[in-house]
Design a protein around this ligand. Structure first.
Ligand SMILES: [Fe+2]
Ligand SMILES: [Fe+2]
Length: 439
């Protein structure tokens, strides 16, 4: 049986699924050890780090039987985090260790290494840890200290890994918007959305950690804006607006000073409010003058702002925010960036309250990356709108479960007085009970 496991659990006697592949890099052909077929470009490493003997063995055996600690050390040194083992050809995991994904279940959807509900707990932890890092970084900068690159890099790694395992889990959490004076939650939401858009748009995976780090800190320049302007609820005077708009430049200056950020990363920070038609700020750049990653960040930034509650405005339902962005596609927002955010979130993002063709109401609980119109929903009411005793969970893509049910439109949870988080929790609890019963 094939199992995806953490490199930390790799032991002597296990059979590693691996093959030697070649790839052209900087004009030269290089050999790579490929240890995870689902995401070849991330889980590769230079042949030079492995002995010729290991290569020969891999070619012979179609994998590598781990015989010495040296094999494990060489693999760890490459930075690989997950590997796939074949338990028919080597040792299995000890009983108390869980694989990353349950090999007895149907394989996860295409492009995902694990199922949504296998990743969601890890994604929540990764999110909490990264929000804490952003808060600390913002406080450090505000108090005149520099950016702690080690902390930022480790937060960036855990977000990237979670998104690579199953991006829908982290993306679904962007619906959570605590009120946060230091904008850490906004930063993590924008970061998650942009990296998921990059992943959906097949941006080279080597670039993802850079995109995560830069988007996580895209608004860090706000720490340089005087608090009385930053926290002002009413409309700005023109000089205040000018200062507020300078935060993008401040962000890029902070990143430049921190060192270790590429020009692409700095462009994300300085250009994240520039718009395609030149109506953005701070420089009024147009079209191609704006870096493609900054164009993606601009879309994610506006989406998060629209769907967040502010002192001066209520939050907009997710579908309405997507519609509003869609209307400005090709005018203010880059067309492909708009398509990518829809791909990353789905037409009905997790937490959307929806009406079904039966008259029932439901809440989107788990996305369906293969067909975003048919996610898994928790049906909350009867056709006459009477609340059900417990939500009825069904995958709308499975005819046997859905019984012809389809989503007809999205509804506004605020207007209908539905608490999204409490409802999602109730659906999750119901789902856990159902899963336990089926085992
Ligand atoms: Fe900003
Ligand atoms: Fe922002």
């Amino acid at each position: 049986m094939k199992k995806l496991i953490s490199i930390d659990h790799l032991e002597i006697g296990m059979f590693l699924e691996a093959e030697v592949a070649t790839k052209v890099e900087n004009g030269a052909e290089r050999s790579f050890l490929q240890v995870c077929n689902a995401l070849p470009s991330l889980f590769t490493t230079r042949k030079a780090r492995l002995t010729g003997r290991m290569d020969a063995l891999i070619a012979q055996q179609g994998g590598l039987l781990i015989k010495t600690q040296k094999h494990i050390h060489s693999l760890r040194a490459t930075g690989v985090k997950m590997v796939s083992i074949d338990t028919d050809k080597g040792r299995d995991l000890p009983d108390h260790v869980q694989p990353i994904t349950d090999p007895k279940r149907t394989p996860p959807p295409e492009g995902r290494l694990v199922h949504f509900n296998e990743e969601i707990k890890r994604a929540k932890q990764a999110r909490a840890q990264s929000i804490a890092t952003i808060r600390e970084t913002l406080t450090d900068i505000a108090s005149g200290k520099g950016v702690d690159m080690v902390k930022v890099q480790s937060a960036s790694e855990i977000i990237t890994e979670s998104i690579l395992r199953n991006m829908d889990a982290m993306v679904s959490l962007t619906r959570i918007k605590q009120h946060d004076p230091y904008t850490a939650v906004h930063c993590i939401n924008v970061c998650t959305l942009v990296v998921a858009m990059a992943q959906a748009g097949r941006v080279e995976q080597e670039k993802l950690p850079m995109i995560v780090a830069a988007t996580m800190l895209h608004d860090i320049g706000k720490t340089m804006v005087p608090l009385k302007i930053l926290n002002k609820p009413g409309p700005f005077e023109s000089n205040e607006l000018e200062e507020m708009r300078r935060h993008a430049l401040y962000s890029s200056e902070i990143l430049r000073e921190a060192g270790g950020f590429s020009e692409e990363a700095i462009a994300i920070a300085s250009q994240h409010h520039e718009l395609l038609d030149g109506s953005g700020y701070p420089l009024g750049l147009k079209g191609d003058e704006i870096h493609p990653f900054a164009r993606m960040t601009a879309v994610a930034d506006v989406y998060d702002a629209l769907t967040s509650r502010r002192v001066y405005k209520p939050s907009m339902p997710m579908y309405q925010a997507l519609l509003q962005i869609h209307k400005k596609k090709g005018i203010e927002f880059d067309e492909s960036a708009v398509n990518l955010i829809v791909k990353a979130l789905g037409i009905f993002p997790v937490g959307s309250l929806v009406a079904l063709n039966t008259g029932e109401r439901g809440m989107v609980f788990e996305p369906n990356p293969m067909d975003s119109r048919k996610p898994t929903v928790g049906v909350l009411t009867m056709p006459n709108q009477k609340l059900r005793g417990a939500p009825l969970i069904m995958n709308l893509a499975r005819r046997s479960e859905a019984g012809g049910r389809e989503i007809t439109k999205a509804l506004d949870p605020v207007k209908l007085d539905v608490d999204v988080e409490a409802t999602i929790d109730a659906i999750a609890k119901r789902g856990e009970r159902t899963e336990r019963r089926m085992r």
